[in-house]
Design a protein around this ligand. Structure first.
Ligand code: ZN
Length: 267
């Protein structure tokens, strides 16, 4: 089975979209956020010479959902997600659009394509002739997430980033660590197709765990029990996290998430 990875631009947070060539067509896993990146995915899809068969959303963040509207271009295509992912997608749709549209007025999609086929933890679903097992792993980086496993390949969304600084803005670093412990036995020996950065093996989970522990330690020391960091402390935090993953992408997310994690630790 061929899997093509298409990486969105920096404005789209360098998210990965995977084009999975199933027997009956191409499954697009995690379409990018912006219309321009979605058009690039569409162009790659057309080169594959197989019809678009379905979308899968691993979790509800816009950089893994929103480009579906542009990619499907008015055709009806089944969209798979867990019921939890669909619920959060609908809840965050209006506030995310209100936030992003002024920043990318022509590039943020005007309409979101929501899931049409809802799944639950433990479901086995046949999509375009490929059998996926779905594991709902609950909250972590995002309010909810799932693993979509087919054979030795696992599409894990943002359970782990691969050498890209993660989004901790939602202040659930402790829950994320618990989520990784829950997911680890389900992913042993599999190839992990992550939401950001290069796919890899289970070592990506260990690297993410080390990163989260280092981030929590650094924020805890720099905040000293307070629920926010001043600008100087945020710069020190950025330096400390660059030392953990030197030169990693998405470095802007490090100071952006600092107050959320300081508040989480202070609570
Ligand atoms: Zn993401």
């Amino acid at each position: 089975m061929d899997i093509t990875r298409v990486v969105s631009g920096a404005n789209g947070l360098l998210s990965n979209t995977y084009l999975v060539q199933a027997p009956a067509g191409v499954i697009v896993i995690d379409p990018p956020m912006l219309r321009s990146d979605a058009r690039a995915v569409r162009a790659r899809l057309e080169e594959l010479d197989q019809p678009l068969a379905a979308f899968v959303y691993t979790h509800p963040h816009p950089d893994h959902v929103n480009g579906a509207t542009e990619i499907r271009g008015g055709t009806e295509v089944p969209v798979y997600a867990t019921a939890a992912t669909d619920q959060v997608s609908r809840e965050i749709d209006a506030p995310k659009r209100a936030f992003w549209t002024p920043i990318f007025p022509d590039d943020y999609p005007a309409v979101t394509t929501f899931a049409t086929h809802l799944t639950a933890d433990g479901d086995v679903v046949d999509i375009a002739g490929l059998r996926f097992t779905v594991h709902d792993i609950g909250a972590g980086e995002c309010a909810t997430g799932a693993l979509w496993v087919t054979g030795d390949d696992a599409f894990i969304g943002d359970l782990a980033y691969s050498r890209a600084h993660p989004w901790l803005f939602e202040g659930r670093s402790a829950r994320w660590l618990e989520q990784m412990a829950l997911a680890e036995p389900l992913l042993a020996g599999r190839r992990l197709y992550v939401g950001h950065g290069e796919p890899g093996g289970p070592e990506l989970l260990e690297e993410q765990r080390r990163y989260l522990l280092a981030y929590r330690r650094a924020v805890g020391e720099l905040a000293g029990g307070r629920d926010a960091l001043d600008e100087a402390a945020k710069r020190r935090l950025a330096e400390r996290m660059d030392a953990v993953w030197p030169g990693a992408e998405l470095a802007d997310l490090v100071p952006m998430s600092a107050d959320a994690v300081a508040a989480e630790l202070a609570a």
